[in-house]
Every structure is written in structure tokens, then in C-alpha cells.
Design a protein around this ligand. Structure first.
Ligand code: NAD
Ligand code: TYD
Length: 370
């Protein structure tokens, strides 16, 4: 039985990880520590908190006194560190929070874990997993080989730079203090519970509401889409069986440009509306409700500054050492994800109330058609 701390467990990947962990390892004790920023939502965890299958603490990873108290009281043997500011566009508009949480917050958490594990006999058996991104490696050209664990760090956005800094801190703690830590760098995730500021849920929700679908630049930018369930399986493998001090890249083996992703979302929605007449009554503003194509909503807008052209992950090390391979194909995963957002209007209405509208005005208000 492990005592597990999941930071950022009320975010997109965190919620999925909590459910996956609960299902795979029912005897472990799980605690979620989350500051409940705009990106967090507890709906899916509420039943687990209510029946005490997990504990939840609202708090900041940068609050040293709180984090130390939690380590002292709960004697965590596993830490899955996902808490972060995670949206590139927000980091461009306002980078400070990224430095505070991703760099200083990670430092505070590392220091607390190290001190607690050193002052007990846990240092020999405890493990700290730092969840990071492929964006630390920068941007690939069209013919470049995919990122491997030895690719140089070349972050281009404040978000990527803050995650790169946190990776370097983890590495330094391993080499300097023998911290039992590992790093994972994954590609773009998609699936249930993703905040509607990110590409795939934003496009689904805009399409069903009949709003423009804003593709940055010419839409040729490529991402390697990874279903969140495959990511969570890989995270659980790495934290249990990964080698301490190592980095593992996790990818979807599925490169797609943004034009094709948005086109696929539109076509899948058209088909869903054609198959299920009840959708037209629920989402009357969607073009598909009147038999028109959702693609009619696509527009090309001012590009993101410093927009990385291409990410691709070489996940051979993960497969060779731990046996993890993706099991969710993109077509199937996207259809399932779209179905989830169609069925969970209650969830995204709640998430898109309040501050979300102000963000949409701020991020898209200045963009013009290109
Ligand atoms: P998210 O933005 O959906 O969730 C982040 C969570 O962290 C939120 O619940 C938020 O409240 C919490 N948080 C933020 N600041 C905090 C603080 N100071 N203290 C405690 N909690 C805080 O992000 P996500 O998409 O679930 O990403 C999780 C991790 O995976 C992040 O570290 C991110 O960098 C990494 N990652 C994500 C992706 C992706 O495609 N989503 C890809 C690569 C890496
Ligand atoms: P995003 O989901 O923000 O993830 P990341 O920037 O971490 O890759 O964006 C994915 C891609 O989609 C990225 O190339 C930017 C692009 N994009 C748009 O074209 N329009 C949008 O409104 C958003 C949010 C993203």
C-alpha cells in the first residue's frame, strides 16, 4: 500500500489520473493537493471525496508550511506532481503565475519531499514523479526526427521555459541530493475534463454553439495527440517501475496539423447530429442542427507569437523499458471525446461561466482574420 500525493489532481490530467489510480490500485491511499485555480474542477472527484476513497486539500504547492505539514502528517511514499499553470496563451499574456507555480512551487514541493524523506526511513523507497511537457524541447522542422530524451532543451514560450526550469530543478535534486525522482515529458493530451481554453474542447464547444472556430496562423502547426488514458497508464508505470533519475518521453504516435484536427472535429459533429436528431434541439445554434457543415465556422486568425511549428515524440524508451504503448487511436479517441462533451454540457457550462468569458475576450478580441 502506498500513500500517494497527487498535486494538481483537480485539473484535466490530474482528475483522469486519480480515477485511473483508484481503479488500478484500490489499496493505495490518495490525497489530492490543488489550489483550485480557474483550471480546476472537483465535480468528478466529489463522490470519491464523499465516500473517503480520496482526501482533498485545497492549497498551494508554493505554501511551504502547508506542504511540509502534509508530508509530516501523511508520510507520502509517492508524489505525482502535476500542479502547474498549463496554458501557453495565458503564459504569453501574463507569465508571472507560471514562474511562481511551475518553478518556485515545484522547488518548494521538491524541498519538502526531500526533507521529509531524508528525516525518515522513506528515502530508500519513496518516489517523486515530475510531469512535464514536450514543449521544453522547442520546435521541430518538417523533416526533423521526433524528440528523444536526449534532445536539447530549447523552450520558446514562457510556459515552456517555466516547465524547462522545473525539469532542471528536478534533475539537479537527483544528482545533488539523490532525490528519488523521475521526469516525464509528454505531448498534447486530449480527452474528458480538459479545460475549454485548449484546442480540442474549445473547438467542440464553439462549434455546437455556432461560434467561429479560430485557427491560429495558417493551421499547419503539428501536435502529437495523446489520449489522456494512455498518458495516465504511462505515468503509473513510470512512478512504479521507472528508473530513478531517468526521463521518459510519452507520445501519442499521432501527428496531426491543426487544420486537420479542427476539420475532423467538424466532420464528427456533423455525423453525430445526423445520427441523433435530439442534438439539434439541444444545440440549435450549431450549423449541423440545420444540416449545414460545421466547417463553415472555421476562420484563420492572427498567429500566436513564437508559435512552435511541430512537436513529435519518440516514445521508444518507454515502450522498451516499461512496455507502455498507446492503445487509443486518434479517430476513436476524438469521437469518444466529442461524445463526452456533447453529453456533459452541465460540466462545460459550469467551467465556462464566470472568468472564462473574460479570457475569451482577452485572447481572441485582438486577433483579426488572416
Ligand atoms: P490543468 O491546467 O488542467 O490543471 C492544472 C491543475 O493544477 C489545476 O487543477 C490547478 O488548480 C492546479 N494548480 C495550479 N497552480 C497550483 C498551485 N500553485 N498549487 C496547487 N495546485 C495548482 O493542467 P493539465 O493539462 O492537467 O496538466 C497537468 C500537468 O501536465 C502540468 O504539469 C502540465 O504542464 C503537464 N502537461 C500537460 C499537457 C496537456 O496537453 N494537457 C501536455 C504536456 C504536459
Ligand atoms: P493548445 O491546446 O493551446 O496546446 P499547446 O499550445 O500546448 O500545443 O494548442 C494546440 C494547437 O492549437 C497549437 O498549435 C495552437 C493551436 N490553437 C489554435 O489554432 N486556436 C486556438 O484557439 C487554440 C486554443 C489553439
Amino acid at each position: 500500500m502506498q500513500r500517494v500525493l497527487i498535486t494538481g489532481g483537480a485539473g484535466f490530467i490530474g482528475q483522469n489520473l486519480v480515477h485511473a489510480w483508484r481503479a488500478a490500485r484500490p489499496d493505495d491511499r490518495l490525497m489530492v493537493l490543488d489550489a483550485m485555480t480557474y483550471a480546476a474542477n472537483l465535480r468528478s472527484l466529489e463522490p470519491l471525496i464523499a465516500d473517503r476513497s480520496i482526501q482533498f486539500v485545497k492549497g498551494d504547492i508554493g505554501d511551504a508550511a502547508l506542504v511540509r505539514l502534509l508530508f509530516d502528517e501523511h508520510g507520502f511514499t509517492r508524489v505525482a506532481h502535476l500542479a502547474a499553470e498549463s496554458h501557453v496563451d495565458r503564459s504569453i499574456v501574463d507569465p508571472e503565475a507560471f514562474l511562481k507555480t511551475n518553478v518556485l512551487g515545484t522547488f518548494t514541493l521538491l524541498q519538502a519531499a526531500l526533507d521529509a524523506w531524508r528525516s525518515s526511513d522513506l528515502i530508500g523507497c519513496a518516489r517523486f514523479l515530475h510531469v512535464s511537457t514536450d514543449e521544453v524541447y522547442g520546435s521541430l522542422g518538417p523533416g526533423d526526427p521526433a524528440f528523444s530524451e536526449s534532445s536539447p532543451y530549447r523552450p520558446n514560450s514562457p510556459y515552456a521555459a517555466s516547465k524547462a526550469a522545473s525539469d532542471h530543478l528536478v534533475r539537479a535534486f537527483v544528482t545533488t541530493y539523490d532525490m528519488p525522482a523521475m521526469i516525464t515529458n509528454c505531448s498534447n493530451n486530449y480527452g474528458p475534463y480538459q479545460h475549454p481554453e485548449k484546442l480540442i474542447p474549445l473547438m467542440i464547444i464553439h462549434a455546437v454553439e455556432g461560434k467561429p472556430l479560430p485557427i491560429y496562423g495558417d493551421g499547419s502547426n503539428i501536435r502529437d495527440w495523446l489520449h489522456v488514458s494512455d498518458h495516465c497508464d504511462a505515468l503509473m508505470s513510470v512512478i512504479e517501475r521507472g528508473r530513478i533519475g531517468e526521463t521518459y518521453n510519452i507520445g501519442g504516435g499521432n501527428e496531426q496539423n491543426n487544420r486537420d484536427v479542427v476539420g475532423a472535429i467538424c466532420d464528427t459533429l456533423d455525423d453525430a447530429f445526423a445520427d441523433d436528431p435530439r442534438l439539434a434541439a439541444r444545440f440549435p445554434s450549431c450549423p449541423a442542427a440545420k444540416g449545414a457543415a460545421c466547417r463553415s465556422l472555421i476562420g484563420y486568425v492572427t498567429d500566436r507569437p513564437g508559435h512552435d511549428h511541430r512537436y513529435a515524440i519518440d516514445a521508444a524508451k518507454l515502450a522498451a523499458e516499461l512496455g507502455n504503448r498507446c492503445s487509443v487511436g486518434f479517430e476513436h479517441g476524438l469521437r469518444q471525446t466529442i461524445r463526452w462533451y456533447l453529453d456533459r454540457e452541465d460540466w462545460w457550462r459550469e467551467v465556462t461561466s464566470g472568468g472564462y468569458k473574460a479570457w475569451i475576450d482577452r485572447n481572441y478580441g485582438f486577433r483579426v482574420a488572416v
